[in-house]
Design a protein around this ligand. Structure first.
Ligand code: FES
Length: 115
């Protein structure tokens, strides 16, 4: 079954094989639609966030990604890996999450942002 068939409405963009993203780490990928930061947790969950920090737009290529948090390299805002919520300082705008699908070992992200 094609990805488009699984995700009505389309808008899915092929990125990289899951194996290219280090377990417990991240990989920045530039797409025509904009950059995304792909994260693979140690348990194998794959997440994708817009590459631009929601604070002042710094690219998150050099973000420090830990087990629970991602830290922007510019002003050290800290975001929860699991859902992108800003935890330091609290209550600031969260990371912009993208929908993710893995099909045949390849990561696809939705061109539109997740709610
Ligand atoms: S630009 Fe990321 S914390 Fe300021």
């Amino acid at each position: 079954m094609s990805l488009a068939a699984q995700a009505p409405g389309g808008g899915w963009v092929r990125t990289v094989p899951v194996a290219d993203v280090p377990a417990g780490g991240a990989l920045a990928v530039d797409l025509d639609e904009g950059g995304v930061l792909l994260i693979r947790t140690r348990r194998g969950r794959v997440l994708a966030y817009d590459i631009a920090c929601p604070h002042l737009g710094a690219r998150l290529d050099a973000a420090r990604v830990g087990r629970w948090h991602l830290t922007c390299p510019v002003h050290a805002y800290r975001f929860r890996v699991s859902d992108g919520m800003c935890v330091r300082p609290r209550g600031r705008r969260p990371l912009r999450a993208c929908e993710v699908r893995v099909l045949d070992g390849v990561i696809y992200v939705s061109a539109s942002e997740k709610d």
